[in-house]
Design a protein. Structure first.
Lengths: 190, 163
């Protein structure tokens, strides 16, 4: 969506045309949920965070400066809401509830369930070793496809800082997978 | 460029986050360094694989949940109150107008000396001033003859003799 279109929708919402709010946030519907899901590690909590973030976006829409990217502004609100949520719950470690987290979307097929569980474990494993900043940068770039510039805008830091954290995150992940791989070989031999 | 520095740049080159200006020296180094070349290939696989995993395991809202979230966002925030009087001018003008009206009202009530001097209000006869008056006169004129009689009273309203 073009910035001009977004500005028009923002204007409509501020004028009281609340149906425009859905059009405004619709493109980020999936992105918001997944971002919150990766940070909280739980689907229900992710939905709670998203709901809170949507409320804040609506409430503080008048503080959004026209001509800027609504995408980065809204992601910034989401990220802050997610980390506030974690702070509030004093929950810095991701908790995976395999039954609750994907029950709606998982196919009834057992094979698919097993595959998804393995996938989740892999992703969980690599996210757990990252610091909050590294995790945020990594997710914004690789999960949401934001550019370095957009990620720096969301996180309120320089592009150099984003690149540094991203590089460090990937180095940690590769070290993590190599370690896992070595462990698997060792276990296979014994 | 040294291999140590390359280790920081290779993850970014693999993910297409390296600035254009830094790509040629990195590529040049890799041509002569098989170890860094191998490292780069590892990162390329990693970036591709992680992005694939993240995409494949994405979740989505159920339509009902999404609509409910939107509704609660819109409804929980107090609705904007519509103005009683439509005001087409800037909001600051309205505040200035109200402030001016309040100042005027205060001046009317308090009536500081400088306002009295300006003479906006007619001075009413002060009761205290009346008491201080020593003599009051009353004049009677005859229509027929034009005779004029002037009576003088003192402050106790006793008739004083005209000298």
């Amino acid at each position: 969506m073009w910035m001009k279109d977004e500005d028009k929708l923002v204007e409509d919402v501020l004028q009281g045309k609340y149906s425009s709010f859905e059009l405004l946030v619709q493109p980020y519907r999936k992105g918001f949920l997944n971002m919150a899901y990766r940070i909280t590690g739980d689907r229900e909590e992710a939905m709670e965070v998203c709901q809170d973030a949507l409320l804040k976006i609506f409430k503080y829409l008048k503080s959004y400066k026209k001509g800027r990217s609504f995408k980065t502004w809204s992601y910034k609100v989401l990220m802050n809401t997610s980390y506030d949520f974690l702070k509030e719950k004093k929950k810095f470690k991701r908790v995976i509830d395999s039954q609750k987290s994907t029950s709606v979307y998982e196919s009834s097929q057992i094979e698919n369930k097993v595959w998804r569980k393995q996938m989740r474990e892999k992703i969980q494993g690599m996210l757990d070793i990252l610091t909050p900043k590294e995790k945020a940068v990594f997710l914004l770039r690789d999960n949401e496809g934001l550019s370095v510039k957009e990620a720096s805008s969301v996180l309120g830091c320089s592009q150099i800082s984003v690149r540094t954290h991203l590089s460090r995150a990937r180095q940690k992940i590769i070290t993590h997978f190599e370690k896992k791989h070595r462990e698997m070989i060792r276990e296979g031999k014994t | 460029m040294k291999c140590k520095k390359m280790r920081r740049l290779l993850p970014l080159l693999a993910g297409s986050e390296l600035p254009e200006s830094q790509i040629p020296p990195v590529r040049a180094h890799m041509e002569g360094c098989s170890r860094c070349q191998a490292e780069f290939e590892k990162y390329t696989v990693l970036v591709g694989q992680t992005r694939e995993w993240l995409t494949e395991s994405k979740i989505d809202w159920e339509e009902q949940e999404w609509q409910q979230s939107l509704r609660s966002a819109v409804n929980q925030v107090p609705q904007r109150k519509t103005a009683l009087i439509p005001w087409p001018f800037p909001k600051a003008w309205a505040y200035a107008l109200v402030a001016g009206a309040m100042l005027l009202l205060t001046l009317l009530v308090v009536q500081p000396p400088f306002v009295k001097q300006m003479g906006f209000w007619s001075e009413s006869v002060d009761a205290a001033e009346m008491e201080e008056q020593e003599v009051v006169s009353m004049t009677m004129v005859s229509k027929e003859t034009g005779l004029k009689i002037v009576w003088f009273f003192n402050k106790n309203f006793n008739l004083e003799e005209n000298e």
